[in-house]
Design a protein around this ligand. Structure first.
Ligand SMILES: Nc1nc2c(c(=O)[nH]1)N[C@H]1C(S)=C(S)[C@@H](COP(=O)(O)O)O[C@H]1N2
Ligand SMILES: [Mo]
Length: 301
């Protein structure tokens, strides 16, 4: 605990809560503005008026379980029952079993971590998470020496997660980390944001946060954690292997095949604000670069 990371952000850096919660509407309003301005003065004044980027931002969806429409998670996530909640921890652990979320919470120490969140679609925010280190949870179950990876699964419950009635992706949503990434003190399980219990739309009751990786690695509403010696095949890698890899480390020098990763649009920076440069490992280079020493980050994207 009390781990000090290099890139300490402060309260002043945090994306205002209203913007964090209403980012879809904010972005949609920005696009409407662009539409009205046409290619007039206002549009040309915006150096970053890239139609594709706008489209990527407004059409992003960050909780496919509730649908692919941009407002779906906010509109439909309330239907999810998060109490009681059971997390199965299995595979290469000493004490596999079903752990109730309440029991987990009773064991863990909750602290605040202010982290950057950089989506693969080139937008970013600064989020004050509340949570505990994943390493502490894994220690509860006891990791066996042969384990090398951790595989995570989101709940599959189509009665409450209406997006799961459609085969947009192969359910359940799956993510994975190498064991050393999972045990890194920056890696947390978030149970709150902005000092409150985490809202359903953001992955209640418990979601992963790995701040040096693209947002899609931060799997929401986790029900299963499996220790394994096989590299897990994560959802986006399975659907679009040329675009999304296993590692998904934030890296401004490795572009997505369809857009640049050199810069990002900071939510809260103003509707027509300049894009800001994307930082290597999302600004956590000093903390995590050693995990990838000698690896070709272009190959292991
Ligand atoms: N189960 C699940 N987890 C998910 C997603 C998803 O669709 N389903 N979207 C991911 C993506 S692409 C991002 S950017 C983050 C967004 O988290 P936020 O909505 O809390 O900002 O959640 C990630 N976790
Ligand atoms: Mo994302």
């Amino acid at each position: 605990m009390a781990y000090r990371w290099t890139n300490r952000l402060s309260r002043a850096d945090v994306t205002p809560e209203a913007l964090f919660m209403n980012r879809r509407q904010v972005m949609a309003a920005a696009v409407a503005g662009v539409g009205l301005a046409g290619i007039g003065a206002r549009a040309t004044a915006d150096e970053a008026l890239e139609p594709n980027a706008w489209e990527d931002i407004t059409q992003y969806n960050n909780f496919y379980e509730f649908g692919t429409g941009k407002g779906d998670p906010v509109a439909y996530a309330d239907a999810l029952t998060t109490d009681p909640w059971t997390v199965t921890i299995d595979g290469m652990v000493d004490t596999p079993g079903d752990y109730s979320f309440r029991d987990i919470m009773a064991e863990m120490t909750i602290e605040e971590r202010i982290y950057r969140l950089r989506c693969v679609e080139a937008w970013s925010m600064v989020v004050p998470w509340n949570g505990f280190e994943l390493a502490d949870l894994l220690a509860m179950a006891g990791v066996k020496p042969d384990a090398r990876y951790v595989r995570f699964e989101t709940l599959y419950r189509p009665e409450e997660m209406r997006g799961q009635k459609y085969r947009t992706i192969e359910w359940p949503y799956v993510e994975g980390l190498r064991l050393d990434e999972a045990l890194h003190p920056l890696t947390i399980m978030a149970t709150g944001i902005y000092g409150k219990t985490i809202p359903n739309q953001n992955g209640a009751p418990m979601r992963l946060v790995v701040p040096w990786k693209y947002g899609f690695k931060s799997i929401k509403s986790i029900v299963r954690i499996t220790l394994t010696d096989q590299e897990p095949l994560n959802t986006w890698q399975q659907i679009l292997p040329n675009e999304y890899g296993f590692y998904a480390n934030v890296n401004p020098t490795v572009d997505h095949p369809r857009w640049s990763q050199a810069t990002e649009r900071k939510i809260g920076g103003g509707l027509f604000s300049k894009r800001v440069p994307t930082l290597m490992f999302n600004g956590y280079e000093e903390d995590v670069a050693s995990l990838y020493e000698g690896m070709d980050l272009r190959k292991f994207y």
